[in-house]
Design a protein around this ligand. Sequence first.
Ligand SMILES: [Zn+2]
Length: 256
Amino acid sequence: MWRATPPDPEDARRLRRVRAKLDLTPLAIHCNYLINLASIDPVIRARSVSAFRGELDRARMIGAEYLVLHPGSHRDQTIEEGIHQFVHGVAEAARGFKAAKLILLLEGTAGSGSAIGSRFEELRAIRDLAATLTGLPLAYCLDTCHLLAAGYDIAAAAGLRQTLAEAARTLGIENIRLIHANDSKTPLGSRRDRHENIGEGYIGVEGFRRILRQPRLRQIPFILETPAAEENDDRRNLETLKTLCPKSRTTTARSS
Ligand SMILES: [Zn+2]
């Protein structure tokens, strides 16, 4: 829904204390899925700008390091127009906004329908434009399911190597701050966003083993967004990832 309730200041203070005590960092939160800052529909756009501003304000209130946002859908426009529309929307929402450590993370998408952001080039174009139009620092969040669905063959050894080389060239590995670890219910290039339990989809156990053993990805936090149909599903997916890690020095959480 569009409406959101601001967090209770006392809860926010308690969260800060607990995080400091347990050394829980970074805190990454996800924007509302209704937000489409690339929309040219004036009603959707106005709602999106104000909802996104709310996300920024709440992220600052709870002291989050990362706020994840989808680049939206460019329906009835070219992709270039959609990218411009999106970045102007971000700039409008972020006007006057200041937060010491908050970074906006642009999430790569599966490319279903007219979703922007399924190609690294599009994510890069957004970041470059945002640097000139907004005061908000921007980096990237990649989702393993979206990558495969968008046509990046990260399930195969050669495809993973190629994808990482391309990510390094186009995005810069240092700008990839977060990875959503999800298997994919649908195959390579299917352009569908259907998350599956780790090891049970088209990326598979061996695919995840290779991903988790990439030295260049070792410092990046992974977050599960796998289906949670039953109470134990999150724990099971987390355990699966841990067994595939070279060492079990991993922090994994889930976002919803
Ligand atoms: Zn997804």
